[in-house]
Design a protein around this ligand. Structure first.
Ligand code: PMM
Length: 277
C-alpha cells in the first residue's frame, strides 16, 4: 500500500471518474475494463495514486444513490489494487468510503470535508487512512448559489480549519489530514484565482494542501470558452504554479504533462513562488 503521507511531494493524483456524466471524462470509463486500463495508464505515467469517483460533482449534477456509487467504484478499486495501482475513493458517503477501503482504497477524498455524511469521519478514523478535507458548502445542485464571500481566502481558510477540527475530534490523526480549497465548489472564477494567489494562507493551516484545478470551467472562461478536454495546458500551468507556491499535491486528468512539467520545475531547483501584496 502507498504511504502517501511519507512520499516525497509534489504528489500527483490522477482522476478516474466512473460516471456517465462527469464534466470532462464522463462516460469514457464507465465499463470496468476501460476504467482499469486507464487507471493503470495514469499510474505508468507517474501518478502516485488514482482517484476513483462514482458520482459527478459538476455544478447542477443530480445525485446517485449509495448502492449505485458502490457498484461503480468498488470493482475498479479492487482491480486497481490487485494490479498494484494505489487508489483513492472520491466520495462524500461513509458507506461508499467503507466499501472502497474494504476493496483496497488507500485514501478517502471527501469533497464535502465531512459535512455531507455524519458517519464519514468515524469510518476514516477507524481505517486510519489519509483523508482529503475539501472546502465545500453544499451539494452540486445548489452550490453555485452559495458562492458568496466577503473575503473568500479568509472564509475558506476558517471553514477548512473548522472541518479539520471536526476531523481531529472524531479521532482522525493530524498526520493523515490533507486540505483542499475546493476550486469551483461554491466559487466563481474570481474566487478560484484569489485562492490560487493566496495559497500560502491555506498552507499556513499546517496541513498538506491539494490543489485540484484540472479542466475546471474557470479555465475555460480564461480561454474564451475552450471545452474541458482542451484545458490541459492551462491546468498544467496552474498546477506547477501551485506547487511552486507550496502545494503538496495536485489532482489532474492529464498526468503525463503534469509529471513532465513538475520534472522541469525540479530540474530548475524547485523554485518557490511568492506573490507580492
Ligand atoms: N473536484 C472534482 C472532483 N473531486 N476532489 C478534490 N479533492 N478536489 C477537487 O477540487 C475535486 C475533487 C470535480 O470533478 P472532476 O472529478 O470531474 O475533476
Amino acid at each position: 500500500m502507498v504511504d502517501l503521507m511519507r512520499a516525497t511531494p509534489p504528489i500527483v493524483m490522477g482522476v478516474l471518474n466512473v460516471t456517465p456524466d462527469s464534466f470532462s471524462d464522463g462516460g469514457l470509463y464507465d465499463d470496468l475494463d476501460a476504467a482499469v486500463r486507464h487507471g493503470a495508464e495514469l499510474r505508468l505515467q507517474g501518478a502516485h495514486l488514482v482517484d476513483v469517483g462514482g458520482e459527478s460533482t459538476r455544478p447542477g449534477a443530480a445525485r446517485v444513490d449509495a448502492d449505485t456509487e458502490i457498484k461503480r467504484v468498488v470493482p475498479v478499486i479492487a482491480a486497481l489494487t490487485a494490479a498494484g495501482v494505489p487508489a483513492s475513493v472520491d466520495t462524500t458517503r461513509a458507506a461508499v468510503a467503507a466499501a472502497a477501503i474494504e476493496a483496497g482504497a488507500a485514501v478517502v477524498n471527501d469533497v464535502s470535508g465531512g459535512l455531507a455524511d455524519p458517519a464519514m469521519r468515524r469510518v476514516v478514523a477507524a481505517a486510519g487512512c489519509p483523508y482529503v478535507v475539501m472546502h465545500w458548502r453544499g451539494h452540486s445542485a445548489d452550490m453555485q448559489s452559495l458562492a458568496a464571500y466577503d473575503d473568500v481566502v479568509a472564509q475558506v481558510r476558517d471553514e477548512l480549519s473548522r472541518r479539520v477540527d471536526e476531523a481531529l475530534a472524531a479521532g482522525i490523526a493530524a498526520d493523515q489530514i490533507i486540505v483542499d480549497p475546493g476550486l469551483g465548489f461554491a466559487k466563481t472564477a474570481a474566487h478560484n484565482w484569489a485562492l490560487t494567489r493566496h495559497l500560502d494562507e491555506l498552507i499556513a493551516l499546517g496541513f498538506p494542501v491539494l490543489f485540484a484545478a484540472s479542466r475546471k470551467s474557470y479555465l475555460g472562461l480564461l480561454l474564451d470558452g475552450r471545452p474541458a478536454p482542451d484545458r490541459d495546458a492551462a491546468t498544467t500551468a496552474t498546477s506547477v504554479l501551485a506547487v511552486a507556491a507550496g502545494a503538496w499535491g495536485v489532482r489532474v486528468h492529464d498526468v503525463r504533462s503534469t509529471v513532465d512539467a513538475l520534472a522541469v520545475w525540479r530540474a530548475t531547483g524547485s523554485p518557490r513562488l511568492r506573490y507580492e501584496g
